[in-house]
Design a binder for this molecule. Structure first.
Ligand SMILES: [Zn+2]
Length: 153
């Protein structure tokens, strides 16, 4: 490595991805319509429930939920295992670990804050890990929507 190379390398604030897998995770940092999300949506749809997608539950709060049932105030977030630090897969970030851990920690804090704010406004928040069984998650979500519908009515 030349002197120039090592100097340039030191200048980089973001550590380079350690592997192809890490690179693909970086690229997926702001995923839209991920496969687990679409699978969950179609399971809910199949059960006859309608919802909005990728929208803000609260107009004044600049946070989007993946699936939103506005009349019953149910917001669903499908959280990526890596970026949101799931208990099973969230520890994969070994290389560059300080950088990743900080990122993941920030996401988790933001998630918790979003949940808190929505609940304060009378919403029910459901968080689904991307590794979770789609049908089971859909069952839980539809049951909750049904329950809140009955209460409201
Ligand atoms: Zn996971």
């Amino acid at each position: 490595m030349s002197m120039k190379d090592s100097k340039n390398r030191r200048k980089q604030k973001v550590p380079p991805p350690s592997s192809e897998a890490a690179l693909s995770r970086m690229k997926a940092a702001k995923p839209k319509d991920t496969a687990p999300e679409m699978a969950l949506r179609s399971e809910i749809h199949r059960r006859g429930y309608r919802y909005r997608v990728d929208t803000k539950p609260l107009k004044e709060l600049n946070r989007r939920a993946d699936i939103v049932f506005r009349p019953t105030k149910v917001a669903v977030f499908v959280d990526g295992c890596f970026w949101h630090g799931c208990p099973i897969h969230g520890t994969q970030a070994k290389a560059n670990s300080e950088f990743w851990q900080t990122k993941i920690q920030q996401n988790r804090e933001r998630d918790a804050d979003t949940t808190l704010r929505l609940e304060e406004a009378g919403w029910k928040v459901i968080r689904v890990w991307e590794h979770e069984d789609t049908k089971e998650a859909a069952e839980i979500i539809c049951a909750l929507v049904r329950e809140r519908r009955n209460k409201n009515g």
